[in-house]
Design a binder for this molecule. Sequence first.
Ligand code: GDD
Ligand code: MG
Length: 341
Amino acid sequence: MINLILCGGGGTRLWPLSRRHFPKQFTKILSGKSLFQKTVQRNLPLSSELFIVTSQEQYFIAKDQLHELSTDQSRTTFLLEPIGRNTAPAIALACFNLPGEAIVFTTPSDHEIENTEQYIQAVNRAKELASQGHLVTFGISPTYPETGYGYIIADGENVDGFKEKPDRATAQQYIQSGASYWNSGMFCFTAQSYLQELKQHSPDIYDAALRAHHNIRKDTEHCLRIQKEFMLDIPSNSIDYAVMEKSTHVRLVPCSFKWSDMGSFDALDTTQPKDDYGNTISSKFVHINSKNNLVLSSQRLIAGVDIQDLVIVDTPDALLVTKKQSTQKVRDLVDLISSQA
Ligand code: GDD
Ligand code: MG
């Protein structure tokens, strides 16, 4: 099995902790290892090879972080994108470089996962289903109506529907139905199954990615580069919209391991220990009558009076203040800041 690690995303919803040139998957925000390093440590023992798709800008960060783990470089291939075109093209570009029958276990690089034994069991079941030609997702039981995730309606392993990032009311309905799962963002399939489904459901992405593949540059056997003029032609879309919502070959492995996505401050907050007032604090926070806030600061003292349900993230050059449940909009805020720079 080949572990395809996607780590070319900008992680903009965690601004200002996550920056364009140093996105969240590489920051050691809350522990000594980055989320990327934890992904490698979790999956390398289960895989014969790592295939890492990232941006040219992040190549050296990823390489350095692998070096820190003393991983065997001969088992690792990098595919470098000059610009991001989201996950559907990134996975296609990797699959074009792999044998058709190879089992590809695609994982993001921005998750925390606990309970290794249950994780290995789920991956093994996914491998079996993938070898039968299915596109396999890993379903997590939802705990609140998060609008930043995909939802899968399933009866056991049989999938009845896949809805990427629904609005809050729809997410609430899915949860109440009792038959829905969060899409964990990890997938397992053979390279040829993925490419066939992409060709059928999003032929424009398939065709443009194939042209980019035909013009790929090989720096070495273990470092491949896509050329910018060909990458620019590929429509940007995620695997969730381009393939998973449309395919009829999707299967689900229900998961019992502890999973959390570190995609937004609301998601991050659910994973952290709280003080007696429900505040998450990773800094010095002095307050009077303040409840359920997320307060992160690298240096300065933060003080609050009568504040509730706020997110305050202080870094040396930027301060974010927002409300809980508005944190998906931080991505739009970053676009606004970039447009004014
Ligand atoms: N190489 C590459 N190129 N990687 C990318 C690109 C790209 O253009 N865009 C995103 N990625 C990487 C990110 O670094 C991350 O590791 C992974 O692909 C998923 O992208 P996200 O941007 O984090 O997706 P998401 O969190 O909004 O949504 C996905 O994950 C959710 C669970 O975490 C979807 O699969 C949802 O359905 C799912 O619930
Ligand atoms: Mg994510």
